[in-house]
Design a protein around this ligand. Structure first.
Ligand SMILES: Nc1ncnc2c1ncn2[C@@H]1O[C@H](COP(=O)(O)OP(=O)(O)OP(=O)(O)O)[C@@H](O)[C@H]1O
Ligand SMILES: [Mg+2]
Length: 242
């Protein structure tokens, strides 16, 4: 149901060796929301996504997903709770075909829905249908991003984590991908937690957003509020991609 809490990250600290990448993060995502996390290179955005997925694990703090404490669960158990991730850099399987990549996303749990779910992905991204027998590694950057998102969706996620879906893509492709995310949210009620350096596009799409600086949340608010905020504008929007 809309408005109910789906993800609660509380006081999370994550380290790489002795280096603290997340310095006590509080973030919340409610069912049916699109929430984005914006911030500069190295702010810790990907680290937060990966920490939610259990690798690396949070050293302190807690992560509650759908009422369950997942802080110390191994990655595969977190994935089975239906948190799906489209990681930074896409990480599709380059030697597998488009269809095989989608099969990997579905896993054994969702094979019975496979035909219907693939059809939905193909309606959303017709390019993937045309290229279904082609190897992932031969796709363009935009097509690989579509495949990465499609593969994550095949897991029938309750929460979709997207790390920089716009990275390295032409503006028109970015627009198409953001429209697809919006549609999934509006039509299917999909909950999305999005990491982006393209702050303008992310804030426009999001119900709420957080600004991350050096491993700490420094600001949060509705997408509209942050778009209008002078500090956000100066740091992330002036001269940016809008
Ligand atoms: N595997 C790693 N080992 C050591 N330090 C790391 C590792 N991965 C990331 N870091 C460091 O942790 C900090 C946060 O990195 P992270 O990748 O989470 O940032 P980001 O906000 O996603 O940046 P970007 O916008 O460049 O993707 C950075 O200082 C980075 O150098
Ligand atoms: Mg990153």
């Amino acid at each position: 149901m809309a408005g109910e809490q789906l993800l609660k990250v509380q006081g999370v600290e994550t380290y790489y060796g002795n280096i603290r990448a997340l310095a006590g993060i509080d973030v919340e995502v409610k069912k049916g929301e699109i929430v984005s996390l914006i911030g500069a290179n190295g702010a810790g955005k990907s680290t937060l996504m990966m920490t939610i997925c259990g690798s690396p694990q949070a050293r302190t703090g807690s992560i509650i997903f759908d009422g369950q404490d997942i802080t110390k669960l191994p990655t595969h158990e977190i994935a089975r709770l239906r948190i799906a991730q489209s990681p930074e850099g896409r990480r599709i399987f380059p030697r597998m075909t488009v269809l095989e990549n989608l099969q990997m996303g579905a896993g054994l749990d969702n094979l019975k829905y496979f035909d219907d779910d693939v059809e939905k992905i193909f309606v959303m991204f017709p390019r993937l249908k045309e290229r279904q027998s082609q190897r992932g590694g031969t796709l363009s950057g935009g097509e690989q991003q579509m495949l990465s998102i499609g593969r994550a969706l095949m897991a029938r996620p309750k929460l979709l984590l997207l790390d920089e879906p716009s990275l390295g893509l032409a503006p028109l492709i970015v627009k198409g991908i953001f429209e697809a995310i919006k549609l999934l949210n509006e039509k299917e009620g999909l909950t999305v937690f999005l990491v982006e350096q393209n702050a303008f596009a992310a804030l426009k799409l999001s119900h709420r957003a957080y600004v991350l600086v050096n491993g700490k949340v420094t600001m949060s608010g509705s997408g509209k509020e942050l778009l209008a905020n002078p500090e956000v504008r100066a740091a992330y929007l002036e001269g940016g991609r809008h």
